[in-house]
Write a protein that binds this ligand. Structure first.
Ligand SMILES: C[S@@+](CC[C@H](N)C(=O)[O-])C[C@H]1O[C@@H](n2cnc3c(N)ncnc32)[C@H](O)[C@@H]1O
Length: 939
């Protein structure tokens, strides 16, 4: 549609440079690249790319602004990266620690609020990450970019005021200082490569990441609105008079002169919004009931849950009643449709500067009828809504099967009139930004003054709908958009494609920030349909990474798609570089699926944190239990050296220590909060062990050593401080900083199973060897949340299997001895004694205390415990019949590890099938073995 002047925003600017070429102005640049895109679209192979949006060549071209943005896979990314990126240098010296910042910071920002989306991470929050991990000019990537906040953040890193607004000082030379005054980053924009499956999301992202001539936009938008208001304003006329003669006169005028009725002088007012109410029928007497009349308490501004029938007095609830359904002919689709009856019940209007409310009168009803009878003279979307989860709700409740059903005729008319005049991309953005608010998804909520109240993340149609005045909605948004324009030049590349098949070169990006779909929380392709219907290019939902029964995608399909996306992430990221995954956890199985997908792709997780909303601080997350909030996962792509060496060393001891040295390099050395240092849980022996196991399993390798051999080797090779392990060159830094803080803050652990109970006991006993009597009262309350399927193990048994008790005979164990030395009472007495020469009174102090065994003893204990666990596991293996409901997860873990070493993948799958699916999905370790065993079996 060449006649549509879409890209006029900067048409007069020139000359312009783009990807190494010079054009006399932006319009020439677009023409050149649009021709290239046009050619490309003719290539059937190009259109075969997985997830290619649904739309004609013309509509895709219309929506695109190549090379920066294409409403399809962006074929210019290669050139973009060649032009802006730095090739991967295996020798580069790059090192960063994992980082976590509040992902909800900046929700009041005008940029954030310019266009809503079902979920968004504010760019301010992302800036902190980008500043931490990258240098100016680096390439930042987000494959689930949504509205493109990662791109905004990347560009804002070059904006001094924006960086300062985060609380950082920026020096003259561009150095950015952290809170302690140390330089940690540099001022300068980063380049963004953005991608999303949804064309409407990328359309929003494009607008957010492209310079706009704010003045031109403002005057263009206002001009259009004025024009359409002049043309369509008559639809919102109402009488500010209750006089029957006025009403009669107005009605007559309308029937005689049609829309020209406004020419006559009457006490006219202009509608701000009209409230529509559902109509039900009484199950007792069959009488029609207008929900608004019986259920809404206008004084209190509340909806009553119980009320009585105005006809027969029967006591009713909304559930007990049936909706009244109207059958009408929908001329736009040439079919009869059955829809829930809704009638106008309240009009809020303005006359002069004052606002009034009224019940619709005969004229108002006649006007609505008049509009209904007339044909809209403009194009508007009439597509059928896709089959789906969200789309089912309005279909069932109100019979809304097509896009145009989501608007009142009046608002649809105005929208189509506005749409027909839109000339620029940004004007279209203005349009989409209010589409939901002016639709019939806008609930009327008595008592809530904010005019727009759709239920976000759904297509829910309420029993009372507020039909707002479209012009006010759009006019108010102009200002918001203008406040959000900030860019001077375009330095991003945006495309609409599936993250499962990215058109991005290998090893080309320097950092990834991403916020993937969270299981079945939001059905983006269904929700975005209302926008895409106007943009005429639709999401191809085949590779959409969600759980959705209509799309026949459950947890496994979701995990499979996410794994493929993360494999692509892995491919495009440079080795040694970081990825931050923000994830809102509402279901542990989904969280495990994500975790598994990240690791299967090859990434190593180095830190998982959640924001403690009350304290505003970050908590490390060790187990999945009980975490239902935003998680920040920091994962890195191991550097090329390690992966190459590992191919040769895999399955050997050397491979284990090689991995560990690389891994320790990337963990934080010291973290301090409010004067106390924090235990970095990723440095503790058991988590290092878990990460080492994961690294092997995910690469299909067997694990060459037992846990106790690992713990022993760990202690022999790496210095230990406060139960954490360091590289020799890190330990000095730790010691230096640790001196200045008084206290080491321990983690609060949830005990949900045997494994977490052992970890909890280790932490307790490492700090202080204790007797059973001392431990029991502490253990009781924290062990109440033991998982349902988990066989409960008594404290006594836990202690006997994993720890050692000093029986009062022979020399006092070193751990107890050093703890006794902390007592000022005993210190004096102990001065001339040794653990071997301790007297009876000291031995009495030490007696009956449990302590953490030294590595040699730990090995003996582990062997014994493992034997017992394997015996138990063998029972599960021979179990026949129904699923095993209660078992010892530790036994299954140990059993799986043995079967993995024996390459008995079938055995793993067989036992897993005897346990509940949910348990496997919610336990990251079991899931890891099961998933990898399935892969090995080629399932
Ligand atoms: C949580 S949202 C991202 C929101 C974004 N952080 C923002 O601030 O606007 C997840 C996005 O993933 C997209 N998506 C789902 N499956 C995808 C796939 N296979 N490839 C690329 N994007 C996908 C959805 O369209 C959705 O926009």
């Amino acid at each position: 549609m060449e006649s549509n002047r879409l890209f006029d925003d900067n048409a007069n600017r020139g000359p312009v440079e783009c990807l190494g070429l010079t054009f006399s102005n932006d319009e020439d640049r677009r023409k050149y690249f649009r021709n290239k895109l046009k050619e490309k679209l003719k290539d059937p192979e190009f259109r075969k790319i997985e997830g290619f949006p649904k739309g004609s060549d013309e509509d895709i071209l219309n929506l695109s602004d190549p090379p920066y943005y294409t409403a399809c896979p962006n074929p210019f990314i290669d050139d973009f990266i060649k032009h802006y990126g730095n090739p991967y240098d295996p020798e580069e010296k790059y090192s960063r620690e994992p980082f976590a910042a509040d992902v909800s910071e900046g929700k009041n920002d005008p940029i954030y609020n310019a266009h809503s989306y079902h979920t968004k991470v504010p760019h301010k929050a992302i800036m902190r990450y980008i500043l931490h991990y990258t240098e100016p000019g680096d390439v930042v990537f987000d494959g689930f970019c949504g509205t493109g906040m990662t791109g905004v953040a990347a560009q804002m890193c070059g904006n001094k005021e924006a960086v300062e607004a985060l609380g950082n000082e920026v020096k003259k030379d561009g150095a950015i200082l952290d809170e302690s005054g140390k330089p940690f980053s540099k001022l300068g924009a980063r380049y963004a490569v953005l991608n999303d499956l949804s064309p409407s999301a990328t359309f929003i992202a494009y607008n957010y990441n492209t310079p706009v001539d704010a003045k031109a936009f403002e005057s263009e938008a206002k001009k259009i609105l004025k024009e359409v208001e002049e043309e369509c304003g008559w639809m919102y006329y109402t009488l500010s008079s209750e006089k029957p003669e006025d009403i009669e006169k107005a009605r007559k005028l309308l029937s005689e002169r049609g829309k020209e009725f406004t020419k006559e002088l009457l006490p006219w007012g202009r509608i701000n919004y009209t409230v529509w109410s559902d109509v039900f029928s009484c199950p007792e007497c069959g009488g029609e009931i207008i929900f608004w009349e019986v259920a809404v308490d206008k004084e209190e501004g509340k909806v009553r849950s119980e009320f009585s029938c105005p006809h027969c007095g029967a006591s009713l609830t909304k559930k007990r009643m049936d909706r009244v359904v109207e059958t009408k002919f929908d001329a736009t689709i040439g079919k009869t449709v059955k829809q829930a009856k809704q009638v106008p019940v309240l009009i809020n209007y303005s006359r002069g500067k004052k606002r009034y409310e009224k019940t619709p009168d005969e004229f108002d009803l006649a006007l609505i009828e008049y509009i209904e009878k007339n044909e809209i003279p403009y194009w508007y979307p009439t597509y059928r809504m896709p089959e789906g989860f969200n789309t089912e709700q309005p279909k069932i409740s109100h019979g809304f099967t097509h896009v145009h059903h989501f608007y009142t005729k009046r608002n649809l008319w105005v929208l189509s009139a506005v749409y027909s005049r839109l000339d620029s991309q940004v004007a279209r953005l203005l349009f989409t930004s209010q589409l939901i608010n002016v639709s019939r998804l806008n609930r009327y909520r008595p008592g809530v003054s904010f005019p727009y109240n759709p239920l976000s993340g759904t297509l829910y149609v309420g029993s009372q709908v507020s039909e707002p005045y479209v012009f006010t909605a759009l006019l108010n948004r102009i200002k918001r958009l203008v406040d959000a324009f900030y860019l001077k030049e375009c330095s991003g590349s945006i495309g609409a494609s599936s993250a499962t098949t990215l058109q991005i070169p290998n090893l080309s990006t320097d950092y990834i920030f991403t916020d993937p779909p969270f299981g079945g929380n939001l059905m983006y392709s269904e929700l975005n349909f209302l926008w895409e219907a106007w943009l005429k290019v639709f999401t191809n939902n085949e590779p959409e990474a969600i759980m959705n029964s209509v799309q026949k995608k459950g947890l496994l399909e979701y995990q499979e798609l996410m794994s493929r996306c993360f494999e692509e992430y892995y491919r495009v990221l440079k080795p040694g570089r970081w990825m931050t995954v923000e994830f809102h956890n509402s279901q542990n199985s989904v969280w495990n699926a994500i975790q598994e997908a990240i690791q299967r792709a090859g990434f190593v997780i180095a830190d998982v944190r959640t924001l403690d909303k009350q304290q505003g601080t970050f908590k490390q997350v060790t187990s999945t239990g009980a975490v239902k909030q935003d998680l920040i996962i920091s994962a890195y792509k191991p550097n090329g050296g390690l992966e190459d060496r590992f191919k040769l060393e895999a399955g050997t001891e050397e491979g284990v220590w090689d991995f560990l040295r690389e891994h320790l390099k990337r963990l934080p050395v010291f973290t301090e909060k409010n004067g106390s240092s924090e235990l970095i849980v990723e440095r503790t022996d058991y988590l290092l062990y878990d990460r080492m196991i994961a690294f092997h399993i995910q690469r299909g390798r067997s694990i060459p050593m037992s846990a106790s051999e690992f713990y022993k080797g760990l202690r022999e090779r790496f210095p230990e401080r406060d139960s954490m392990f360091f590289l020799p060159n890190q330990v000095n830094e730790y010691d230096r900083k640790r001196i200045n803080v008084s206290e080491l803050r321990q983690l609060s652990l949830f005990v949900t199973d045997e494994n977490s109970a052992i970890q909890w006991l280790r932490l307790q006993l490492q700090n202080k060897p204790q007797t059973f009597q001392e431990l029991q009262p502490q253990f009781m309350p924290i062990s109440r949340s033991w998982a349902k399927h988990e066989k409960e193990i008594e404290l006594k048994e836990l202690l006997e299997d994993n720890f050692i008790k000093y029986d009062g005979e022979g020399s006092i164990p070193a751990q107890i001895w050093s703890w006794l030395q902390k007592s000022s009472k005993l210190r004096e007495k102990m001065k001339d004694l040794t653990p071997e020469t301790a007297d009876i009174s000291l031995k009495a102090e030490a007696k009956e205390r449990w302590y953490v065994p030294d590595p040699a003893r730990a090995q003996d204990l582990e062997r014994l415990r493992e034997k017992a666990l394997l015996r138990e596991f063998d029972e599960y293996r021979s179990h026949m019949g129904k699923k095993i409901r209660i078992f010892r997860t530790e036994a299954v873990r140990v059993g799986f590890k043995r079967l993995w070493t024996e390459k008995d993948y079938k055995g793993i799958v067989e036992v897993a099938d005897k346990l509940s699916d949910k348990v496997i999905q919610e336990d990251p370790k079991l899931l890891m073995y099961y998933d990898n065993a399935l892969t090995r079996l080629g399932e």
